[in-house]
Design a protein around this ligand. Structure first.
Ligand SMILES: [Zn+2]
Length: 274
């Protein structure tokens, strides 16, 4: 069994603050270690269930966070940001998807909640009219290729969303959000035990059904500023819905998803003036 692990950082054990997850900030180096250890705990659990191949994809910020020297030697890791499928690069051909260190969507009270960009850039994303997290967007990509999500680790909101959407998914709640910058956290040891056990159950489970909503696929993004919406009007089929929102629809999900990634990249080119 091949396990694909998309590893974000806001949902990692103990993370509660931007200081913990932004490269160069005071606590970042500490939490890189905890991220790597969360990933290793998931690998350990799945390996105990018989999984033999592990591909980890870095999925946070510049996508250069995991400490390679401490990564479980059974895994390989995709490092770097220039990836057409972004947080899901390389998932094809795997049997089961794990989301480690995932977080709640923009506009919610989850720890460091956002959707792809800071809420100062993107205030919300919708898929077919429903509010959409990074996890849901990524789960849809895999689900439509027949690959289910087996495990989600993160705060209570990230885990609750997964349980509501992906039939049979296992979750490991490593903290409970009090607000976006505050959480009640498990110790490292307790969190890793919980992740390992959830991964063991996930990899041992048969007949999970992939998350595969019906076409067509319509994305809407709401930006914090009208100028961000204006800066992404370069794609065929993309419409400006109102001053701060753009939308597009496609029969093929991967095409619609790649357009989302492109729109996100362009939106970063907006000059920063609030
Ligand atoms: Zn994220």
């Amino acid at each position: 069994m091949k396990i694909y692990i998309s590893a974000d950082m806001e949902g990692v054990t103990g993370v509660t603050h931007p200081q913990d997850v932004i490269p160069g900030r005071s606590q970042y180096e500490r939490f890189r270690g905890l991220l790597t250890a969360d990933v290793n705990a998931a690998i350990e659990g799945a390996a105990q269930a018989g999984a033999a191949e592990f591909l980890v994809n870095e999925a946070h910020d510049g996508m250069r966070n995991i400490l390679l020297e401490d990564l479980d030697p059974r895994a390989e890791v995709i490092v770097g940001q220039r990836k057409p499928l972004s947080m899901m690069q390389g998932f094809e051909g795997s049997d089961l998807i794990f989301f480690v260190g995932y977080h709640a969507r923009a506009g919610t009270e989850g720890v460091l909640s956002h959707t792809f960009e800071s809420p100062t850039v993107v205030t919300g994303a919708w898929l077919n009219g429903e509010p959409c997290s990074e996890a849901r967007m990524n789960a849809t990509l895999a689900g439509l290729k027949g690959i289910p999500v087996g495990l989600v680790t993160g705060d209570d909101l990230a885990c609750a969303e997964a349980e509501a959407l992906y039939a049979g998914v296992q979750t490991a709640r490593v903290k409970t959000a009090i607000d976006r910058y505050t959480a009640r956290c498990l110790s490292r040891q307790a969190a890793h035990e919980r992740i390992r056990e959830a991964a063991l159950r996930a990899a041992g489970k048969e007949n999970l059904s992939p998350y595969a909503p019906e076409p067509p696929y319509s994305f809407t993004i709401e930006f914090a500023t009208a100028s961000s919406a204006a800066s992404v009007l370069f794609f065929q089929g993309l419409e400006r819905v109102d001053d701060r929102s753009v939308s597009w629809t496609h029969e093929d999900y991967e095409t619609a998803f790649k357009m989302f990634i492109g729109v996100m990249r362009l939106s970063r080119s907006d000059p920063d003036y609030g």
